[in-house]
Every structure is written in structure tokens, then in C-alpha cells.
Design a protein around this ligand. Sequence first.
Ligand code: ASP
Length: 323
Amino acid sequence: MKRLLLATLLALVAPAALADYPDRPVTIVVPFAAGGPTDKVARDLAEALRKPLGNATIIIENVGGAGGTLGATRVARATNDGYTLLLAHIGISTAPALYRNMQYKVLDDFEFLGMINEVPMTLIGRPSLPANNYAELVKWLEANKGKINLANAGLGSASHLCGLLFQSSVKIDMQTVPYKGTGPAMTDLLGGQVDLMCDQTTNTTTQIEAGKVKAYAVTSSKRLSTPALAKLPTLDESGLKGFNVTIWQGLYAPKGTPKPITEKINAAVRAALKDPDFVKREEALGAVIVNDARLNPAEHKRFVEAEIAKWGPVIKAAGQYAD
Ligand code: ASP
């Protein structure tokens, strides 16, 4: 009898609760430290999502470490009520090949809420680095073999993947220095504690524009039109034929989040990606807003599945893994 009463009560309460979503703050977990590119996009996105989500309060929670897998674990294990979301990048598709003790299964443990953007990266150096362009950098690398530091945001982060590809392309090994995100890595690069970093334009454009770092090249296959970055050559045209790294970011909820809620969030994401202020801000930082089928959760999932299949063999061949 008691059970029946409870079920009746739930049936009465649940639809109302779904319709009222969100009626308390929503948390977006950023799986990297504050001040970096994922954090930047998450904060901009939170602002753009606020109105379409009925003036919701959106809180950013930074859970950096282990190349983004700690933050993803936090969300995979969170209550599936739509109040804890994850903004993740390409690393979500590379982690399964890199980490032997993953605490979640990417394709099974999340609801896919839609892609957000594509972001190219840049190869930058500490301000005191004597090389002023890519040709000078190559000479400097040759002359300093064994002494070069390359910052990244941990195994499987975009900066790690880009740095790996760069080292194998120039055939020079570098000492990698992992951080919880490229926000703190940028602080050390500006301070001269590390030499080089490959990072998203959403983190580097402002520093490049202000002349605070040495900028050598963009990692995309084509030059960028963003004014602050347009003068930078591609690594491909600088001699590293075929070099092309562009990352993507998407939004996720724990598996089993009720459909009326995931649909509400997806609709809010679509509205946010059309918000002119958001689009302008992201484009000024070199990001390209997704405006295609990948906004559809099923397509988003298919895309991530294809990325996992693409990166797995590449990473395994490079012999990279972590426990
Ligand atoms: N985007 C950075 C990376 O993957 C991490 C971050 O957002 O801080 O290297």
C-alpha cells in the first residue's frame, strides 16, 4: 500500500519536476583547470545557455587531472538529473586507448547533448625564446636537443596529442611537462619555466595578440582568418607536410538523464550556438561554431564513436598508455 502511494506520488511529482527543469543551479564540469581553453569556452557557453534555459544559474566546476578523465569520471558517476553536465573535447575519444583503468565507458555512460565547436591550435613559445619565427625555431630545437620542455594538460589532452605529433614530425624528443590544464601551463610559459606549448586558439589568441608569447604556426591545414592569427603560417606549409590538428568540443550528461531534460538542453545548446554575442566571441578566438548534423545527439554520438575508432590505432601504435 505504502509503495503504491509512493508510486502515485512520484507519478504526480515527476512530470512537474521535468517541466520545471532547471529549478536550481546547473553545474558544467570542465575536466581541466581554470583559465584554460576548455574553461574559457565553458564560461562563454554558460552565459549563452542561461537565457534559453529559463535564466538558469550555471556554475562551472573545474576538475582537472589525468588528461580530463577525472572530470569525465565525476560526471559519469553524478546523479542523472540534468544538473551535472560535462564539457569535453577530443580527449574524450582518445582516453579509451590511453588509459587502462578508465572508470567509465564513453559510449555507454553518457547522454550526448550536441557538439559545440571546432578549434584549431597554435604552436607557441616562452617570450624569452630567441627564435622569432618557425625557421628560427627549428634551428633552436636542433641546437638545444635534450634540453627542450614542452608543456601539456596531461596524457590524452589536446596539447599532449598535438605535442606528440609535433615531436614525431620534427623528429626531436622533448621533455613533456604535464599540468591540470593549459591555463596553469600558460602561466609557466609566460614566466619562462617551460619552452613550448601547443594549445587551442581559444587560450592563445589573446596572448599572441598582446605579443606576450612567441607564436610560430597554426596546426590546422589552412591558415586562419581570425585577424590576430591570420599572419601565422601552418605547420604544413612550414615543412611538416600533412600536419593537421583541430580539436572539437561537445556537451554530455550522465547516462539515463530523462529525455525531456536532454531535449531541453539540446534545444538550449542550439539557441546558444546562434547567439550573436557568443558566436562573435568564439570566432574572435579562432573557434568555428558547429552548425550541422552533429548538433543532433545521435549524430554527436556517432561522431565520437568514429573518433574513438580513428584515434585508437594511432595511439596504440605510438605505444602510449597510462594506468
Ligand atoms: N585544452 C587543453 C588541452 O587539452 C586543456 C585545457 O582546456 O586546459 O591541452
